[in-house]
Design a protein around this ligand. Structure first.
Ligand code: ATP
Ligand code: MG
Length: 357
């Protein structure tokens, strides 16, 4: 499934935007600050989660609006809509064909993957970014994962609230939460393991071309086992109470990536090598999604020039054209995209407008 029309209302620097998209390449070019990344961010909101900037909803609303915004997309035979209302600017609400649904349901319709310049720091910074990255990969293959993660996080927040409470009215409440954490946490951790395993197999098979061969490793302290996770939570209740938070569980997991050819951890690789690893992972993952879900994911690649030299850029365009699927690309100059071998829709982005030419 691909987006045939994208409509924005009061989103970032777009009071109004309507854009008819190609099922293949969509190229957005324009000066710094024109609104290119904003369009990719809007598309990224058509999947569960906080979008490609992980920004607060209130920051996404056009600053001269009443605090509400809407992003809508027409797919082949489905209309997706997501956004906020002026009464609840802090809550994202989602509709499919006009009917209200949980936002996590978006994963049933579209798989969306992205690469942005901000992800250059993925291997250098804390585990949270890598966990979010992995969770997006998992959700794109197993849509239920988003819901399991949300339920785990909600139960953990509640558990932390009780842990920090000096007078726990009923210790059974904590036990009940441990039970929920164990169920949703184990399901989430098992899904992560499955995807890491399948992705590693796919990564050994795919043609790396100009990109680097990657292998993934999940560090989750073996907490994918429901009984073990429950036991750890139970036996740590006192110590967690002293710390005021839940110290063990899948929310602490980390993803390590290795450059297979160099036998080196990603954080020790050069910036360019790290980018190549990310591209390998995303491309292999897109193939997996195509194989398992029968449709290619939508790829959002912000600032191709920031990621790749001209040779790698051409190789990327050729690979993407061969595989098919919808791709959204941005760059400051239209010339960056001359090597795209297929028909593409080109949009000039300028001060809150995007004009096809
Ligand atoms: N809530 C908002 N309301 C109005 N304008 C906003 C809002 N949030 C961001 N902007 C503005 O949107 C503009 C475009 O941002 P965007 O990041 O999409 O630019 P870009 O085309 O990707 O630029 P670059 O080439 O520098 O990456 C910025 O000038 C920013 O100040
Ligand atoms: Mg940008």
């Amino acid at each position: 499934m691909t987006i045939s029309r994208l409509t924005l209302q009061n989103f970032r620097n777009y009071p109004q935007l309507r854009l008819d998209a190609s099922p293949g390449f969509n190229v957005l070019s324009g000066d710094n600050g024109a609104g290119k990344t904003n369009i990719l961010e809007a598309v990224s909101l058509l999947s569960p989660g906080r979008g490609l900037r992980r920004a607060a909803l209130k920051d996404m609303a056009y600053e001269h609006s009443g605090g509400d915004f809407a992003v809508a997309a027409a797919l082949d035979d489905v209309q997706l809509g997501t956004g906020t209302t002026t009464d609840h600017p802090e809550r994202r609400k989602t509709r499919v064909n006009g009917a209200a649904v949980p936002t996590n349901d978006l994963a049933q319709w579209l798989s969306i993957l992205w690469l942005t310049p901000a992800m250059d720091r993925l291997f250098m910074e804390g585990a949270t970014g890598r966990r979010n990255f992995l969770d997006r990969l998992v959700t794109a293959l197993e849509p239920d994962h988003a819901r399991n993660c949300s339920r785990y996080d909600a139960a953990r927040r509640e558990r932390n609230r009780l842990l920090a409470d000096d007078h726990l009215p009923n210790p059974k409440w904590l036990d009940a939460l441990d039970d929920q954490l164990a169920s949703f946490g184990a399901m989430a951790a098992q899904a992560r393991r499955r995807i890491v395993e399948t992705l590693n197999q796919a990564l050994t098979l795919t043609d790396k071309g100009l990109f680097a061969a990657a292998q993934l490793h999940l560090e989750d302290d073996g907490l994918h086992d429901r009984a073990k996770l429950f036991e750890i939570l139970q036996s740590n209740q006192q110590a967690d109470r002293a710390a005021g938070r839940t110290r063990h569980g899948p929310h602490r997991a980390d993803l390590t990536v290795f450059h297979s050819a160099k036998q080196q951890a990603a954080e020790k690789c050069s910036t360019g090598e790290q980018k190549a690893l990310l591209f390998s992972i995303i491309l292999a993952h897109a193939d997996l999604i195509a194989g398992q879900r029968g449709q290619r994911p939508i790829l959002l690649i912000d600032e191709v020039a920031a990621h790749l030299d001209p040779g790698r850029r051409t190789a990327l365009f050729e690979t993407l054209a061969k595989k098919g699927g919808q791709v959204w690309l941005t760059g400051t100059e239209a010339e960056l995209f001359e090597a795209i071998p297929a028909d593409a829709f080109h949009f000039k982005v300028h001060e809150g407008t995007a004009t096809q030419y």
